[in-house]
Ligand binder design. Structure first.
Ligand code: ATP
Length: 314
């Protein structure tokens, strides 16, 4: 893996009284997929727009390979904006070729790249159709093709998976893995945490405009501690309440997820579960990214309440 990296260095941005970004900092290395997660209004889109130069930062800097990102560098970024930016009345093929030409490809190269990405993303059959006639999911495939058609050095994708069917999710995931294997840094935002967990080398969790956790999925999950999953079909809600060092994270249809503090006695949990009737499942596992995220977000909610801040609306 090369050591080129995209660095977001203490970037801040305000909209009037709203602090959208407060010293946002992280980096994405060449050949890595970086998942950017955070609740609505946390600052993901603002960060991506600043990387792209669509928006100027109030403070801080974005660097690629050690040098500040310029207009020229930005032309080598493949960007998928949150508000999709295709021309609805233009034909799929023409649009992809046009975008490739805008980025400096020759006519034959642009035509070949348009055709090959349309094929790769499964929309070659719609090559001659106007974008507006495609389903939203297929428009999104075209949008990804548009981000890729000029052979970008860096990929920045704002919620590329939202609204896709499972087959399209697989196609998109494969393409991102392929680009990453070729040495392209890939950064994407998503609210689909299971997908993020599956796909990303590292994940950054954003809260109120700052990075609050940024590490490999395994390291983040280790931070979230261990969980115990207990399936005791005859147990009533609340059966595990009061066992020392144990917190109930979720309870549904006799299946309970418990968080264990260090040193908590799992055998006391098993005894309590058996006291309710048969136990069909009893397993320890690491916290999922979803659990860790919930924890971070609930901290955010509490802090926002205490300080009287929060999202001010767009
Ligand atoms: P989501 O997951 O909902 O897309 P996000 O993490 O992408 O959210 P941003 O869109 O970056 O969040 O918004 C960060 C903050 O900046 C929010 O408080 C938002 O209301 C505010 N904001 C964003 N764009 C504008 C704007 N054009 N004018 C004023 N405030 C804005």
């Amino acid at each position: 893996m090369s050591d080129r990296r995209l660095e977001v260095d203490r970037v801040s941005k305000r909209y009037g009284d709203t602090v959208a970004l407060d010293s946002m900092a992280f980096d994405v290395r060449a050949g890595e997929i970086f998942g950017f997660v955070g609740s609505n209004g946390a600052g993901k889109t603002t960060t991506m727009r600043i990387i792209l130069g669509v928006l100027a930062a109030d403070a801080g800097e974005v660097r690629w390979d050690g040098a500040p990102v310029t207009l020229e560098t930005r032309s080598r970024i493949g960007y998928m904006p949150e508000e999709r930016g295709l021309y609805p009345r233009m034909k799929v093929g023409e649009q992809l070729e046009y975008l490739a030409r805008l980025h400096g490809l020759t006519k034959p190269d642009a035509a070949a790249a348009a055709r090959s990405w349309a094929e790769r993303l499964g929309v070659e059959g719609r090559f001659g159709d106007e974008v507006q006639k495609l389903s939203l999911g297929n428009q999104q495939r075209v949008q990804l093709a548009a981000a890729l058609v000029h052979h970008p050095e860096i990929l920045v994708l704002d919620e590329p998976f939202s609204g896709l069917d499972p087959v399209a999710v697989d196609v998109m995931s494969e393409v991102l893995k392929e680009k990453c294997a070729e040495g392209t840094p890939v950064i994407f935002s998503s609210h689909q945490l299971e997908l993020v967990e599956r796909l990303c080398d590292r994940v950054g969790i954003v809260r109120a405009g700052s990075m609050v956790a940024c590490d490999t999925v395994d390291a983040l999950r280790a931070e979230g501690g261990e969980e115990l999953v207990v399936h005791a079909p005859q147990a009533r809600d609340g059966w595990a309440a009061g066992i020392p060092g144990v917190t109930v994270r979720g309870e549904e249809a006799g299946r309970t997820v418990l968080a264990l503090e260090d040193g908590a006695d799992d055998q006391a949990v098993l005894a309590a579960a058996l006291a309710t009737g048969p136990v069909r499942e009893f397993a320890r596992r690491r916290s999922s990214l979803t659990e860790l995220f919930r924890h971070v977000v609930s901290t955010e909610a509490t802090e926002a309440k205490q300080s009287g801040t929060g999202e001010h609306g767009k």
